[in-house]
Design a protein around this ligand. Structure first.
Ligand code: MF3
Ligand code: CO
Ligand code: CO
Length: 252
């Protein structure tokens, strides 16, 4: 399916939606503490999103029951906030915020450290952050989709980690999820050609162990099959002539 290209007015709306999502992620991330439940994270995200004039794109999406995904330790993505799940010292947790504002969507996540996780946990989080940057560095008018996955999977392998293959990034704009599917593994020089004005997410999920994942009975939560730790970072990006613009900027 064709990948949309956004005009200047649409790009400006994306920038506002992206800035709101990034601000909410930063505000909520700064409040994470051991002892807090993931349901409290959901409440914080709802309040902060509303304060910025947005609404959560995730709430009710295909029946998703919360405003934010909270994915802790061996949860890869799509973790559902729960009053029974409490953050503990040494945990890692991805908080994935998607805000709809002015008819457009901004989607961004990062993995936070609770207390002082061990060296393996810190390693997978650092590798996931670097994998996002490696993917971003491929973007420019004329690049191919496969360039993104190639850069990410090469780095992950060099660092002894694996890349989740079953779930990827996506086009984004008037809807949270649009074509194309953005794989985090691939061959450089293959796949659809990117053009200035296209908006997409890159959101690599990086595992300390194997790449295999399982879905839980709740129909959402994705975990590593081997129970190993998993980390993820995500930005919404606009392809430009010579590179890209990060629509969800945060100091990483
Ligand atoms: N924000 C998630 C993503 O990066 C969307 C997950 S869909 C949900 O694509 F319904 F689980 F929220
Ligand atoms: Co997301
Ligand atoms: Co996304």
């Amino acid at each position: 399916m064709a990948i949309e290209r956004l005009g200047p007015d649409q790009q400006a709306r994306m920038r506002r939606a992206g800035a709101a999502a990034a601000a909410t992620l930063a505000a909520v991330g700064g409040q994470l503490r051991a002892g807090m439940t993931t349901a409290e994270i959901d409440r914080l995200v709802r309040a902060d999103t509303a304060r910025r004039g947005g609404r959560s794109s995730q709430l009710g999406y295909r029946g998703f029951p919360a405003a934010v995904c909270t994915s802790r330790n061996d949860v890869v993505c799509h973790g559902i906030p729960s009053a029974r799940e409490r953050l503990r010292p040494g945990d890692i947790i991805n908080v994935d915020v998607t805000t709809a504002l002015g008819g457009y969507h901004g989607d961004t996540s990062r993995t936070f450290l609770i207390g002082e996780p061990g060296p393996e946990a810190r390693h997978v989080v650092e590798v996931a952050a670097r994998c996002l940057q490696a993917g971003i560095s491929q973007l420019r008018d004329g690049a191919r989709l496969g360039d993104i996955g190639a850069a990410i999977s090469e780095l992950a392998r060099a660092e002894g980690c694996s890349v989740v293959r079953d779930i990827g990034g996506h086009g984004i704009g008037r809807h949270m999820h649009m074509p194309p599917h953005v794989s985090h593994v691939g061959q450089s020089g293959t796949g659809a050609r990117l053009r200035a004005g296209m908006a997409l997410t890159i959101e690599p999920m990086i595992n300390l162990g194997g790449a295999e994942v399982v879905e839980l009975d709740d129909g959402w939560t994705i975990r590593t099959a081997d129970g190993s730790l998993s980390a993820q970072f995500e930005h919404t990006l606009l392809v430009t002539q010579n590179g890209c613009e990060v629509m969800t900027p945060q100091p990483f």
